[in-house]
Ligand binder design. Structure first.
Ligand code: PHE
Length: 512
């Protein structure tokens, strides 16, 4: 033996990796008892339910087994046991006889029996079952009657079925054919599962069981031990600082909330004011204020959730109604308008806001002095068919900048700045169309070679701003938050974000 090896216990080959005491886990008294029990067995594997240790109840054994597995002192194989039980109906059949058996007895009395009288004596339900089962046994009804003549051999079948039912409770049936028969029948037997653990000592477990004396160490200090000085001369059980424990998860923000906070932080840092709006809006502010013509397809039922409201509501700030009417019908100096007859009733209709641009335009109406910079991250609703990149309820990152120097490059800069603060550098802008902006741009981000449209933006048309008394240009944007979340958290399907999968919620990591 080389020097220095003296205190190292000799390990079997398979535990070569265990170098010394430090890698031998601490075991509690119940654990060592279970280990010793396992070591005393001749056969390797044993069911947990067969572990009988003095002073330990089932629960204590079970807990010791779990710990020993974590400490790699035992190997555990999980077994799934399928067994069967009788249903209420099954129990009744066992007691009173199976419907087919009872029917056969009735038929045998007179040689044959009409189905109608069968149903009369067995009842509708059992009668039907009996007819079906007897037909399968070669006794199809002829002219509405079932004949028992010459069919005595079926009694053997009934006997077997009866025996099966009386043996089935809690057991694993051996007769596979009958099992199949009753599994196919409705409401007779019930399949259940039981789980069992098969356990076996590992090499390390054997070593630990040999090295440790059962009950020779003190793991709990009781009043009695203190009073009688019973601890004297006995070793204390060491604290095992390496004992494996269940991971505890602290409370945390929902990933969507987290992202919203991040987005808010960026705009607040840029000096923007946060706007707050409402889920329910008037069409007037949601659409007309934004110069969306009243026959625009986006106003149709299939895109918008309208609320049932007889005459709608009188619009707040009714003075804007005349403004909308004039602008839509005749335009403003230098611009023609849409040239149709504008209907004030339509402006009163209530809806679930389809975009948060409604908050922007109302905000600007109430804050006419420039400059203004405002944003919101709020929910909008769309009558969309939901698919991998569309939701009917989603958050929009809305924002606007109003000022002398608001122009296309201000907008581009703001978009780039915002996304780059989130970690996305590869942006693309493509021309787009919104009735309220000119020019209009959609923002597209390139993520690992895949392009994803994140939202729209543009410079408000003078038909939107001037009639409401806004004297300077306005840039605005409305971007999808969930689309961002897809990229941010690596989702292939936008719907998964709201699955609230607990494992994911506990362990999600940011991709950017
Ligand atoms: N409101 C638009 C939408 O819902 C986005 C947008 C906002 C476009 C502001 C231009 C200006 O997609």
């Amino acid at each position: 033996m080389k020097s220095g090896e003296k205190n190292v216990i000799k390990m079997p080959d398979s535990t070569d990796s265990i170098k010394g005491d430090s890698e031998i886990p601490e075991v509690s008294p119940p654990e060592i008892k279970v280990l010793k029990f396992l070591a005393s067995l001749r056969s390797g594997k044993v069911k947990e339910s067969e572990v009988k240790v003095q002073g330990l109840n089932e629960r204590e054994v079970s807990s010791a087994v779990s710990w020993l597995e974590k400490k790699r002192l035992i190997n555990v194989t999980r077994l799934e046991l399928v067994f069967y039980e009788l249903t209420q109906e099954g129990k009744r059949f066992l007691k009173d006889g199976l419907p087919e058996e009872r029917a056969f007895k009735l038929a045998r009395e007179k040689g044959n029996i009409p189905i109608s009288s069968l149903i009369l004596s067995l009842g509708e339900k059992d009668g039907r079952i009996a007819v079906a089962q007897l037909a399968k046994l070669g006794m199809k009804p002829i002219k509405g009657e079932i004949s028992a003549t010459g069919k005595e051999s079926v009694e053997e079948v009934f006997l077997k079925r009866h025996e099966f039912l009386s043996s089935v409770a809690g057991a694993v049936p051996t007769d596979k054919e009958l099992l199949e028969h009753f599994r196919k029948r409705e409401d007779v037997i019930l399949e259940k599962k039981r789980y069992a653990r098969l356990i076996e000592l590992t090499d390390l477990g054997r070593i630990v069981s040999e090295r440790t004396e059962a009950g020779d160490s003190i793991s709990v200090l009781t009043t009695e031990i203190l009073q009688t000085a019973g601890w004297k001369g006995k070793p204390f059980r060491r604290y095992d600082l390496n004992a494996p424990v269940e991971r505890a998860y602290s409370a945390s923000l929902h990933p969507i909330t987290y992202l919203i906070e991040k987005v808010r932080r960026i705009f607040l840092d840029l000096g923007f004011t946060e706007m707050e709006g409402h889920y329910i809006e008037s069409s007037g502010w949601n659409m007309d204020a934004l110069f969306i013509p009243q026959d625009h397809p986006a106003r149709e039922m299939q895109d918008t959730f309208y609320l049932d409201s007889e005459n709608g509501i009188p619009l707040e700030n009714p003075e804007v109604l005349d403004i909308f009417k004039k602008t839509h019908e005749k335009g403003i100096p230098g611009y023609t308008g849409w040239g149709y007859s504008w209907d004030p009733k339509k402006a009163r209709e209530l809806l679930l806001r389809t975009h948060t641009t409604v908050s922007t335009i109302r905000y600007l109406y109430h804050h006419k002095e420039s400059p203004q910079a405002a944003f919101s991250v709020e929910k909008v609703f769309r009558h969309e068919s939901v698919d991998w990149k569309h939701l009917a309820e989603l958050h929009q990152i809305e924002g606007t900048y109003y000022g002398k120097d608001a122009n296309l490059s201000t907008l581009l800069w703001l978009m780039k700045e915002f996304y780059s603060r989130l970690g996305f550098k590869d942006l693309k802008f493509v021309p787009s169309y919104y009735p309220y902006t000119e020019p209009s741009l959609d923002v597209i981000v390139n993520i690992n070679g895949k392009e994803m449209e994140l939202g729209g933006s543009g410079v408000f048309r003078p038909e939107v701003t001037r009639p409401l008394g806004l004297k300077e240009p306005v840039v605005a944007w409305g971007l999808g938050l969930e689309r961002l979340a897809m990229i941010y958290y690596g989702f292939e399907d936008i719907r998964d974000i709201y699955q609230s999968d607990v494992d994911w919620l506990r362990t999600f990591t940011l991709k950017y």
